[in-house]
Every structure is written in structure tokens, then in C-alpha cells.
Ligand binder design. Structure first.
Ligand SMILES: *Cc1c(COP(=O)(O)O)cnc(C)c1O
Length: 451
């Protein structure tokens, strides 16, 4: 890692068809390269020259968190699936046959978690607004059609299905007209969150169309904060430094802010190593100087950041750089989850240890949180309470967000289970169901889902 960022740096990506041309790839054995090829045929794989040159420590790549964050590994597939894919690749180069095998494995990896397809897509005059999700009252998610890829893919990504062409219906919207109408008709919406993929993959010319309506004092919506969910600070900070439209972006952000709307970058950082390059430091400085707020989030991922010191260090360094720690998520139940998941109890222990070792300015972080069908469920901890006269362990939980807003901030309890990894593994500690379940089932029935 050098002390300076490279003013000439041009984005260059590598994927399955050319990763063997990465100069540092010769550090890997033939077998490891073969395994990247096999797994990369099932799960999405793309990495760029910033990640390769400035983030990954190639001497210690076997234990490097950013290497694991971006390069596929044999164990990310179940062994039987790896063998299936490997033998198909050995037998044929027919694209159709390879895709058929890959899709069969992909469909077994729960590609669409948390009912996102069925339940969150709103309508205007009976027309479905693809590209929009409205799950929590105040916040609308928007998936601009040209923002549905990333500068580099994360191996744990929960939106992986859309990068391998599994979703014909990948959430994506082209124009802002219907979106603006929806926001005008829904004055309860204060936040719009641009997401993807990564909206910061878009060129200025394209991105501008989505922000322009808000510059006009007559947008007649109640939007107060525009959030941009992005991994660009971690994977391509040059977006804000010397990409040809970097200054135009900063200027546009500044004008939106001057017009009275907050801009908050929801930055994905999974490890403190992503905070240490000269380029990311410069990018953060420039965004802050433009008046943009930066909040940070990440899931807790085995092999990448399942260590309390990684989190406490990351939060401290983020705060020192002027960013606000926001979410710690639980790894979602999709894709290579068997490889990355950490039990809920252990996840909470890591959170608790990290949280208690930092000062209050870092404790803006909320978590660990599971984004599941009823809402964002936060694990408050494992505690002991008397049940039938005997002390028993339980999980104490609450929702940070609920599909019904009234569900948030109501404590509830689940039976202790050291093997629980996700909400659907949890059973109520008292009675037959959690307090929200009956209403949740009604909502599901209305959406035509199985209950
Ligand atoms: C997390 C999330 C939001 C934002 O929730 P906040 O608590 O406002 O950060 C909005 N919509 C969906 C679907 C989410 O998962």
C-alpha cells in the first residue's frame, strides 16, 4: 500500500473470463484458480484493480479478509454442488448445459429471501412499480435500472441472484416519473433510498436524472433524506476523486443539500482494511466537505469480520474519519450462507464485546439485526429468566423496523438455541407464537403467499 492515491487510476474489472490475467493471481495454486472457476460459474464474481492493487495483501491472501470478500472459494458451495459443477465443466463447454446446472444449484440457495418479490412492490393505479420496494412506512427503496451491478462483487452478497441473471424481474426502474408520483401520493415517506447493485456505478449523466426532480422546489413530496446505499467507498473510492465525473457528482450532491434535502451515503464497509488507503480517506473527505453525511453498515461474516476487535477498530476509525456507524446485520439466509453464517448467540457476543469497548460516539450502531419478513429483528442478547420456577436462557429481541410500524421497539422473547442462525430457527419462549405472527400471516395471505 502506498501513501498516495493514483491520480491516473482507471477502473479495470476482472471476472470469470479474464481473472487469470490478474498479475497477482500467480500467487494462487492451479487448484485454487480452478476452484474460483468452478464456484464463479454459480455465484457472481467480479473484482477490480483497486481491490487487487490497494486492498488485498497478496503475500497473506489465504487469511486476507478482502480476498475472501471478493474471490470465490471451493467451500462456498456445498461439496456435492461443487462436484456437480466441476464435472459439467469438465464434460462440456456448451453454455446452455453449464447454465442449466448452475441454475439448478442457484435455485437451491434461496435466491429471494424475506418475501421481497411478493410483498414489497407497491402499485399506482393497479400498475406494479417494479424497481420500487416500500416495506417500512417512512422509507422507499429505489432500484434504478442502470445501478444493478457493482464495482466488485462481495462473495456473501444477498442480492447475488440478480447478478447471475436469475431474476428476469430484477428490480429495476427506468424513469423517475412514476416514482415521483408515488412519493407525492405517499406523504408519509420521508426517505428515499437508492440501492442496487450499487447506484454509484452509474455515470453522472444517468444518476443526475434521478436527483434532478428533487432540486426543483416543486417536487411536492415529503422527502427529507436521500440515501445512497453503496460499496463504492470500499471498492472504488476513485468514483469521488478522479473519475471523470467525480466533481460533477460532488457538485450535484451539494446542490441537493443546499435545496434543503439531506444526502446520506449508506456506506458498506466490511473490514477496517477498507478504511486505510489514501484513496478512501480522500474520498470520504471530499464527500464530507460537500455536506454529505456518511453512515456505515455491514453484516457479520464468518472468516471476514467475526471478531469483536475488527468491529470496534472499524467503528473507531470510521468515527475518526467523520462517518457514523449505523448497522451491524446478521448474514442473510441466502447464497453461500452455510459458509459465512455465524450463530445468533455468537453474533450477539461479538457485537456486545465490540460495543462495550468503544465510547458513546461509536454506539450509534444498531444490531445485530436480521432483515426478515416481518421487520428488522434486533438481538438484544441472551438472558436468563425463571420459567416454571426454573432459570432458563432466552433470546431477548425487538424489532428496529416493523412491517407494521407499531411492532418496533416491543421486547419479545425466543427460546434459547445455540444452533439458531436466523429468525426462522427461533421459537417463542412463551405461548405458541410471537406477538406479530397472526397479523403477519394475514398480510402474507393478502399478498398471495403461503402461510
Ligand atoms: C433497512 C431497510 C430500510 C431502512 O430502515 P431504517 O431503519 O430507516 O434504516 C428500508 N427498507 C427496507 C426494505 C429495509 O430493509
Amino acid at each position: 500500500m502506498s501513501d498516495e492515491f493514483d491520480f491516473q487510476k482507471k477502473y479495470k474489472a476482472f471476472s470469470l473470463n479474464n481473472f487469470r490475467k490478474i498479475p497477482q493471481i500467480s500467487n494462487l495454486s492451479e487448484q485454487e484458480q480452478h476452484e474460483i472457476e468452478v464456484v464463479g460459474n454459480v455465484l457472481p464474481f467480479k473484482v477490480n484493480n483497486y481491490v487487487i492493487d490497494e486492498l488485498i495483501d497478496w503475500v497473506n491472501y489465504k487469511t486476507d479478509p478482502i480476498f475472501h470478500l471478493t474471490f470465490p472459494k471451493r467451500e462456498m458451495l456445498e461439496e456435492k454442488d461443487f462436484i456437480k459443477m466441476e464435472s459439467v465443466l469438465a464434460e462440456t463447454s456448451d453454455k446452455e448445459t453449464i447454465k442449466k446446472q448452475a441454475d439448478e444449484i442457484r435455485y437451491s440457495l434461496n435466491p429471494h429471501p424475506a418475501g421481497q418479490m411478493e410483498m414489497n412492490v407497491p402499485e399506482i393505479d393497479g400498475v406494479k412499480l417494479t424497481g420500487v420496494q416500500h416495506k417500512y412506512r417512512e422509507t422507499v427503496l429505489f432500484f434504478p435500472s442502470s445501478g444493478q451491478t457493482c464495482h466488485s462483487y462481495c462473495t456473501f452478497c444477498f442480492r447475488w441472484a440478480q447478478f447471475v441473471g436469475l431474476d428476469e424481474l430484477k428490480f429495476a426502474a427506468r424513469e423517475t416519473e412514476l416514482l415521483m408520483r408515488y412519493l407525492q401520493e405517499h406523504q408519509e415517506v420521508t426517505d428515499i433510498l437508492f440501492t442496487g447493485g450499487d447506484p454509484m456505478i452509474m455515470s453522472f449523466k444517468v444518476f443526475k436524472q434521478y436527483l434532478d426532480p428533487f432540486l426543483d422546489g416543486n417536487h411536492n413530496t415529503n422527502v427529507q433524506t436521500i440515501r445512497i446505499g453503496t460499496k463504492s467507498l470500499g471498492f472504488w473510492p476513485y468514483k469521488f476523486i478522479n473519475d471523470k465525473d467525480a466533481d460533477e457528482f460532488l457538485d450535484l450532491f451539494k446542490r441537493v443539500i443546499d435545496s434543503g434535502i439531506n444526502i446520506s451515503i449508506m456506506a458498506h464497509f466490511n473490514h477496517y482494511m477498507e478504511l486505510r488507503t489514501p484513496a478512501v480517506k480522500e474520498a470520504v473527505k471530499r464527500l464530507l466537505a460537500a455536506g454529505v453525511q456518511i453512515r456505515t453498515q455491514s453484516p457479520l461474516i464468518k472468516g471476514i469480520n467475526d471478531d469483536s476487535e475488527v468491529w470496534s477498530t472499524m467503528w473507531r476509525e470510521q468515527v475518526n474519519m467523520g462517518m457514523i456507524p449505523y448497522y451491524m446485520f446478521v448474514e442473510r439466509d441466502t447464497g453461500a450462507k452455510h459458509y459465512f453464517e455465524v450463530p445468533l448467540e455468537k453474533t450477539w457476543e461479538i457485537f456486545q464485546k465490540a460495543y462495550t469497548s468503544v465510547s458513546g460516539v461509536c454506539r450509534t450502531v444498531r444490531g445485530p439485526s436480521m432483515s426478515c419478513t416481518p421487520g428488522k429483528v434486533q438481538i438484544l442478547g441472551v438472558t436468563e429468566i425463571p420459567i416454571n420456577g426454573k432459570m432458563e436462557k432466552v433470546f431477548s429481541l425487538q424489532m428496529i423496523q416493523g412491517r407494521n410500524p407499531d411492532w418496533a421497539s416491543r421486547p419479545f422473547f425466543a427460546k434459547y438455541d445455540p444452533e439458531a442462525y436466523w429468525m426462522h430457527d427461533l421459537k417463542p419462549a412463551f405461548g405458541d407464537s410471537f406477538f406479530f405472527e397472526e397479523e403477519m400471516n394475514l398480510i402474507k395471505e393478502e399478498a398471495g403467499m403461503e402461510v
